[in-house]
Design a protein around this ligand. Structure first.
Ligand SMILES: *[C@@H]1O[C@H](CO)[C@@H](O)[C@H](O)[C@H]1NC(C)=O
Ligand SMILES: *[C@@H]1O[C@H](CO)[C@@H](O)[C@H](O)[C@H]1NC(C)=O
Ligand SMILES: *[C@@H]1O[C@H](CO)[C@@H](O)[C@H](O)[C@H]1NC(C)=O
Ligand SMILES: *[C@@H]1O[C@H](CO)[C@@H](O)[C@H](O)[C@H]1NC(C)=O
Length: 335
């Protein structure tokens, strides 16, 4: 063969390799410790879900120690010392939104501990600032009152459903992502392992939640801290990653019947911790809990928690000692 053929062969071989390797992403931001203060905005807003919380700004959260950092730790918590006046404001808590917004990306959340306690409703999710639900919402993780459902969900406008033939380990709660069809429950997928949420998650030192989002699919994986199958590029902070090699995800949302670019715009990452939220109207039932409706509120009675949610939050600060997130890091990868 002449050198020209060699070059052509090499070129084709290289192309076939990169097709085989699927999507790769490059490390674009490592958020660790104090980086959280620079990369997120503290949203001292009224709780849109009408929970029994008051969100504080960044200086206040530092003074009250509701957020705390060390070299490899970011803690975000609710107040756990104040008995509340029933006629006054809710328990102080924190809601943060990333300054950066993303479309195609991979986000790796290494979480050591997530909030637990009666009426807690922690969430890690993404949405655009002002146009809900037109710009879409992706819930990477949410759950309530320490119990199931622990799930990932898409919320969209008309014309977005999920196929029945998805290769994933989780269990769908609905295939209809349209908020107005489902009383805002969206199309959820329950995680397959009890280690993915609440006290069980915390008992093993937490784990990794990972989301890949591109125009073809939105994918969520979860590995508990003690899961030997966690891919090495997730633990190592590799400069380049290839999610296609990570095995079956917990939740897969393909674009088969949902045009992602028109339903999901650039999103910020939001981390919030509310209590007894009770804004949305009654939705579908899953695992005996009402989803997307009066959630922490109506789920409360079925969760084995005492009293009513609001009274309990008002009167029992010490029940919120463990109502905190502990993040080891968030790593972001872009194409
Ligand atoms: C918290 O996150 C959930 C997403 O799971 C969202 O529906 C809810 O509105 C958020 N609540 C607050 C108070 O921000
Ligand atoms: C603030 O919170 C951190 C993390 O929970 C804790 O280690 C530290 O002792 C707290 N500081 C004060 C002054 O309470
Ligand atoms: C998470 O959801 C799964 C599937 O519904 C359930 O089996 C498991 O018990 C839940 N985990 C927790 C901690 O509630
Ligand atoms: C699922 O079904 C759709 C529609 O028939 C098809 O386009 C898609 O390739 C199927 N996906 C899998 C993973 O089988």
């Amino acid at each position: 063969m002449t050198p020209w053929y060699w070059l052509a062969a090499l070129f084709l071989f290289h192309r076939s390799l990169s097709v085989f390797a699927g999507n790769t992403y490059q490390l674009s931001n490592k958020i660790v410790g104090n980086d959280f203060y620079d990369n997120f905005n503290w949203e001292a807003i009224d709780d849109p879900t009408h929970g029994r919380v008051t969100y504080v700004d960044q200086p206040t959260s530092k003074i009250l120690n509701l957020t705390f950092t060390s070299t490899d730790t970011f803690i975000l918590r609710t107040d756990f010392t104040t008995v509340l006046d029933p006629k006054g404001v809710g328990r102080q808590s924190v809601r943060i939104r990333s300054n950066a917004a993303y479309t195609t990306h991979v986000a790796i959340f290494s979480i050591r501990h997530m909030p637990q306690g009666c009426g807690t409703w922690p969430a890690i999710w993404t949405t655009a600032p002002n146009a809900w639900p037109n710009d879409g919402e992706i819930d990477i993780l949410e759950g309530v009152n320490d119990q199931a459902p622990n799930l990932s969900v898409l919320h969209s406008t008309q014309g977005c459903t999920m196929p029945n033939n998805r290769t994933m380990t989780g269990t769908p709660t609905s295939t209809d992502c349209v908020t107005t069809d489902t009383s805002n429950a969206g199309c959820g997928v329950n995680f397959p392992t009890s280690f993915s949420y609440g006290p069980s998650f915390n008992s093993v030192g937490g784990g990794w939640y990972v989301m890949e989002r591109n125009e073809k699919k939105i994918t969520v994986w979860f590995w508990a801290r003690n899961d030997p199958s966690v891919p090495s590029d997730i633990i190592n902070g590799a400069s380049s990653i290839s999610p296609d090699g990570w095995g079956n995800p917990a939740a897969l949302f393909p674009s088969t019947y949902c045009d992602f670019p028109s339903h999901f715009q650039q999103h910020n990452i939001i981390i919030n911790l509310t209590l007894c939220a009770c804004y949305e109207s009654v939705g579908t039932k899953t695992n005996g809990l009402v989803l997307g409706g009066d959630w922490a509120g109506s789920a409360y009675g079925q969760s084995g928690c005492p009293s009513t949610c609001i009274d309990f939050v008002n009167n029992n600060p010490s029940a919120y000692t463990d109502a905190f997130f502990d993040f080891e890091y968030i790593w972001l990868y872009t194409p």
